[in-house]
Design a protein around this ligand. Structure first.
Ligand code: NI
Length: 248
């Protein structure tokens, strides 16, 4: 069930069955020579849509621009400052909390978002912790999970791609987008075959160290068949983990 395609009476009825909602959250940033700019938003969106069609789970709109300052030397990338992103997550959660949602599951597609999402959770919890007489707002619990976190997904990535998986513009995330958008599949020469790995700071430093945008990966290995399998595995993990979270 998608929030965007539901009516308010349907949401009101859902709230009598569940107080949980999934928010796909990603980024709009370069993903190497053959990866789509929207990769990190597309992956959680597509997996959550799959899960939402198979179970009684409400899926919110995708939070599709995240913390990607280090990708800003590549055309097309967009970013929020961490402070902006914290403020926006705060308002999204409060909006949902206003209607009675109290289990907010952030389903993430971008490693660079993790620390900022966790900081936003701390801001939300601090409101209640610091209220002199206890907040009059109900306790909202937030959870963060990355789409690749579930054990069978991680195992599939390692078994299929091994040392070529890498850390950015990975074959697994590119495969998911190829399954989701077969008309947008790109091909490109990967030189070197497996991209370098290193630490980085700002956008200029990143582009100097990773000239084609990849880190440690060979995304030419991606194919839509693997993408379908990854969507199914991650969707299963999401359904199980969300149900446990809502029941907690
Ligand atoms: Ni990515």
């Amino acid at each position: 069930m998608q929030l965007h395609t539901s009516s308010w009476p349907e949401v009101e009825a859902y709230l009598t069955r569940s107080k949980g909602i999934v928010i796909p959250i990603g980024s709009t940033e370069q993903h190497g020579p053959n990866g789509l700019i929207g990769t990190d938003a597309i992956c959680p969106e597509v997996i959550a849509a799959h899960a939402g069609a198979q179970s009684d789970m409400l899926v919110a709109p995708t939070f599709n621009v995240g913390c990607a300052q280090h990708h800003m030397a590549f055309p097309g990338s967009m970013t929020l400052r961490p402070s902006t992103m914290i403020a926006v997550i705060y308002d999204w959660v409060l909006s949902l909390g206003r209607h009675g949602f109290d289990r907010i599951y952030f389903f993430n597609g971008h490693g660079g978002n993790i620390s900022t999402i966790q900081a936003a959770f701390a801001e939300i919890y601090a409101d209640r912790s610091l209220a002199r007489d206890g907040s009059n707002r109900g306790p909202v619990k937030c959870k963060l999970a990355n789409w690749w976190d579930y054990k069978p997904v991680y195992k599939y990535c390692m078994d299929t791609y091994g040392k070529s998986h890498g850390a950015h513009a990975t074959p697994s995330e590119v495969a998911v987008t190829q399954y989701a958008y077969p008309d947008a599949i790109k091909t490109a020469e990967m030189t070197p075959k497996i991209a370098p790995s290193a630490r980085y700071t700002d956008a200029e430093d990143y582009r100097e160290k990773f000239p084609d945008g990849r880190i440690g990966s060979d995304p030419s290995l991606a194919n839509p068949t693997d993408g379908k399998k990854l969507v199914e595995l991650s969707s299963k993990g999401l359904i199980e983990d969300f149900a446990a979270f809502v029941a907690s």
